[in-house]
Design a protein around this ligand. Structure first.
Ligand SMILES: Nc1nc2c(c(=O)[nH]1)N[C@H]1C(S)=C(S)[C@@H](COP(=O)(O)OP(=O)(O)OC[C@H]3O[C@@H](n4cnc5c(=O)[nH]c(N)nc54)[C@H](O)[C@@H]3O)O[C@H]1N2
Ligand SMILES: Nc1nc2c(c(=O)[nH]1)N[C@H]1C(S)=C(S)[C@@H](COP(=O)(O)OP(=O)(O)OC[C@H]3O[C@@H](n4cnc5c(=O)[nH]c(N)nc54)[C@H](O)[C@@H]3O)O[C@H]1N2
Ligand SMILES: [Mo]
Length: 773
């Protein structure tokens, strides 16, 4: 099979709108500190908007990430300051919130005026930029438009579609990671009471590898650090994360670490803005004086996919050092708390430096330098994001990270441990509260006992498996609880076709997006309240809880008047569907929705670590979920932390080919495209681009902005192409290339997911790049 796509969204190809045709692209390498004036200016422009209408007032900003009482910034999962900084905000968080708070509306008149076919030709930016959805809509094939429908009718349509399935496993319930904990709990209860574990989620494309690796090594699916650890550590290793754009409040932690004299090592094929200097996002005063703080001591520019070799190299240097200086290892910790050390040591010793250098594209000397930093530090944290997870060997790489930490006892004490940077603001909470296609039997037992249901025991389908099953006609009803499945998933053409084969697609959303236009035979758009909005049930304002990337659970309370009087909260929508789908259900769906405390009371009885939920979540900073590995209790088969001992795989590319990573620009939020700029990488008005090493470009006779076709070759030999992308010479190792998701999802074949994590290998596409004809 060969798929071809051009710049415009074509249903068989991919998304469009990568460039404003009237404006010329620009590229000028960025050498200013991250955050600072550029960010301040961007925020102001964004808040005022093209209509010159202030959207997010100072009052709302002051309520962001506040101690309990405000709303949790939906921008990312970085924890809130523990020191009570009352302005723990950033440029991208403000953009994110403002985007939700827009004054614009997508109402029935809008839908009547535009057919779905017409809207399909619009860009992603233009679709979302129409504003907030206002009332439930149902697709009418006769007019090819969405028409208004009452909530009661919408629930009945959804309920009937689910009731009429021959088998509950013909339904799939997708979650995007912003859903609050209470809605999450009800959502998984709906799926399981119906009889399926088909709960695909965005985590399947995000941190699945982290969960599996940490579970295998330490018996926990989460990192063990919190912000206090970040503030106490001596060395931070930051792998595969673009902090300045995707977790900007991390810049504060990096700058403070540098001021304290801690060492910071960045491991990334790109030298990202956040790895050099920053103006601390909330220290506005510094902007006036242009006082920037360093955010990095060493940049290790590895190949795409070279991380396993990097960590093995550091571990090898540490083990070699230990023959001269036994204190390089924490032998007492290793003996007392771990298993598998000797086999691991033998494996590392058997991995030659030449292979480590070839795989990592770094020299032995550079890796020894990193090892020196690691050995000199009493306490180290290793943190990572998608640059590590979205690879075939993501699980082995993260287990190698844990191995390295174990060597020096960097676990279960202040300032040390593994610390994955999660993505969506509540993606971690979703898992904690039951969104898992491979549920733990003990959890199901408690769910059965407390909720009086008989949950299915066999594994359900994850994201890729759901797409394949929709394609094959085995999943016939798709429910999307937030997110933008059509674009976020791999292999756009295949995913689009899969959604179109459904009998019914149901999208619970705040804004118009591609997933409403790529729909099943019948389709519903169910508009919900956003995180910033007041959620009132039976006269009482409701709060929902979220869990950040460091396992802190706290309340979020929206204050703003809802975008439309017809919006329902996510719990209310789930309850409405559940009542219609399960007429015999004994679950008190509407009783739950009447007061979220009641949902929390049930959750406290089902979920580990949620005892006394209603009281503890109301403490000023909320509460931290118990983390056994942090207490050196390992829920692994051996009862100890387990060293892994994988062989170092060969991840280098064949001559003539490149390895391409799909990444985010500064001005996007996953599939939401705010603008066509990428300030920290110096790009303006261009998204259909590919960053390449200058020598790789010269070899192909390419210069800045030359048009190229990119063709990926999947494991099954099939090819996929995008055309007329523009090449940009960039500081990136040879043989590597990078461009933006979701446009480039077209190139990621549905079958190309990791055999270790089932995650699509979105940062490891094998491509050829040649001049467009
Ligand atoms: N503003 C904003 N914030 C966001 C998001 C957003 O889209 N916009 N998305 C949210 C979500 S869901 C997530 S999961 C996170 C994502 O946060 P990131 O993980 O930062 O997301 P990406 O842009 O995909 O960038 C990955 C980084 O990995 C690097 N990289 C690529 N390949 C490799 C590799 O092989 N090895 C290493 N070491 N590095 C590599 C890239 O150069 C880039 O710096 O951010 C969250 N926060
Ligand atoms: N090639 C490639 N593909 C990727 C990635 C990559 O790095 N490369 N990254 C992957 C990752 S890490 C992730 S997390 C996924 C993201 O996948 P998703 O989570 O599915 O996508 P988003 O773009 O975050 O979803 C945006 C939509 O969410 C809806 N929304 C916003 N706020 C709310 C709300 O409060 N409630 C509800 N119900 N809806 C809301 C809006 O309608 C908006 O259009 O994409 C994955 N896809
Ligand atoms: Mo993510």
């Amino acid at each position: 099979m060969a798929v071809d796509s051009t710049n415009r969204f074509d249903p068989d190809g991919g998304p469009s709108g990568a460039r404003d045709a009237a404006a010329q692209p620009e590229f000028r390498p960025y050498d200013h500190p991250a955050a600072g004036w550029g960010a301040a200016k961007a925020v102001t422009e964004f808040m005022i908007g093209k209509e010159k209408e202030p959207i997010l007032g100072p009052r709302a900003i002051l309520k962001m990430n506040h101690e309990n009482g405000g709303f949790d910034c939906p921008g990312c999962a970085w924890p809130d300051s523990i020191k009570g900084i009352h302005l723990d905000i950033c440029e991208n968080g403000i953009k994110h919130v403002t985007w939700e708070m827009t004054h614009k509306r997508v109402d029935r008149a809008f839908f009547a005026a535009h057919t779905v076919t017409e809207l399909s030709g619009w860009s992603e930016h233009d679709l979302e930029n129409q504003g907030r959805l206002t009332e439930p809509m149902s697709y009418d094939p006769d007019t090819d438009t969405y028409v208004p429908i009452s909530w009661a009718e919408a629930f009945e349509l959804a309920g009937r579609a689910l009731r009429e399935l021959d088998d509950p496993n013909q339904a799939a319930f997708y979650t995007s990671g912003r859903l609050g904990n209470e809605a999450t709990f009800l959502y998984q209860l709906l799926a399981r009471e119906l009889g399926t574990n088909n709960l695909p989620d965005c985590s399947n494309m995000c941190h699945e590898a982290s969960g599996r690796a940490l579970q295998a090594s330490l018996g926990t699916g989460k990192g063990t650090c919190d912000l206090a650890d970040w503030e106490a550590t001596d060395a931070l290793f930051i792998m595969g994360v673009n902090a300045a754009s995707n977790a900007p409040r991390m810049l504060t932690a990096l700058a403070e670490a540098d001021r304290r004299g801690a060492q910071i090592v960045h491991i990334n094929p790109l030298i990202e803005a956040g790895s050099r200097r920053t103006i601390i996002p909330h220290e506005f005063l510094q902007m006036a004086t242009f006082h920037a703080t360093r955010t990095g001591t060493l940049n290790l520019q590895t190949r795409i996919g070279g991380d396993f070799a990097v960590i093995r190299g550091i571990a090898k240097a540490v083990l070699e050092e230990s023959t001269r200086d036994p204190k390089a290892l924490d032998q007492e910790f290793i003996d007392r708390y771990t298993t598998g050390f000797h086999a691991y040591r033998a494996k590392v010793e058997a991995t030659p430096w030449s292979e480590i250098e070839r795989q990592s594209a770094l020299t032995e000397a550079e890796l020894r330098k990193a090892a020196r930093i690691y050995c000199d530090a009493d306490r180290s944290i290793i943190s990572w994001c998608l640059g590590v997870t979205q690879h075939e060997h993501g699980v082995d790489t993260i287990r190698e990270i844990v191995n390295l930490l174990l060597l020096r006892g960097n676990l279960g004490r202040e300032g040390a441990g593994p610390s994955p940077v999660r993505g969506h603001s509540n993606v971690q909470g979703n898992r904690t509260c039951g969104i898992n296609h491979r549920p733990d039997p003990a959890f199901l037992d408690r769910l059965a006992q407390v909720c009086g249901i008989d949950p299915p025991r066999e594994d359900g389908k994850d994201t890729v498996a759901t797409i394949e099953a929709m394609h094959a006609g085995q999943v016939r009803v798709f429910v999307g609880m937030g997110g933008n499945f059509a674009l976020a998933a791999p292999d756009t053409a295949y995913t689009v076709e899969a959604l179109r084969r459904c009998e019914m697609t149901i999208q619970v959303s705040t804004k118009l997006n591609r997933s409403h236009l790529v729909h099943g035979r019948r389709a519903l758009i169910l508009p919900c309240l956003g995180r910033t909005e007041r959620d009132e049930q039976r006269g009482k304002i409701q709060e929902t809880s979220v869990e950040d990337a460091m396992a802190m659970v706290h309340l979020s309370k929206g204050m703003k008047k809802p975008a439309s009087p017809h919006l329902l909260s996510e719990p209310a929508i789930i309850a409405g569907i559940a009542k219609a789908a399960l007429p015999q259900s004994r679950t008190p769906w509407y009783h739950y929705v009447g007061d979220y405390d009641r949902i929390r009371d049930t959750m406290a009885r089902v979920l580990d670590g949620f005892e006394d939920f209603n009281r503890r979540v109301r403490l000023p900073l909320g509460f931290r979920i118990r983390q056994p590995a942090r207490e050196l209790i390992f829920l692994t088969p051996s009862g100890r932390a387990e060293f892994s001992r994988a062989d170092l795989p060969d991840t280098t590319n064949a001559p003539g080919t490149l390895t391409l990573a799909t990444i985010r620009s500064h001005d996007q939020w996953n599939t939401t495209i705010y603008s066509h700029d990428d300030r920290y990488r110096g790009v303006k008005n261009l998204r259909t681009l590919v960053f390449m090493n200058a020598e790789d470009m010269a070899e192909r006779g390419l210069e800045l902005f030359d048009e190229v076709d990119i063709t990926s070759t999947a494991r099954d030999g099939s090819t996929r192409s995008v055309r007329r992308y523009q090449a940009i010479p960039y500081d990136i190792p040879r043989g590597c290339a990078a461009g933006y998701m979701p446009e480039l999802n077209v190139l990621c074949a549905i079958g190309d997911y990791s055999t270790q994590s089932d995650q699509p290998i979105m940062k490891n596409l094998r491509v050829t790049i040649e001049r467009s004809r």
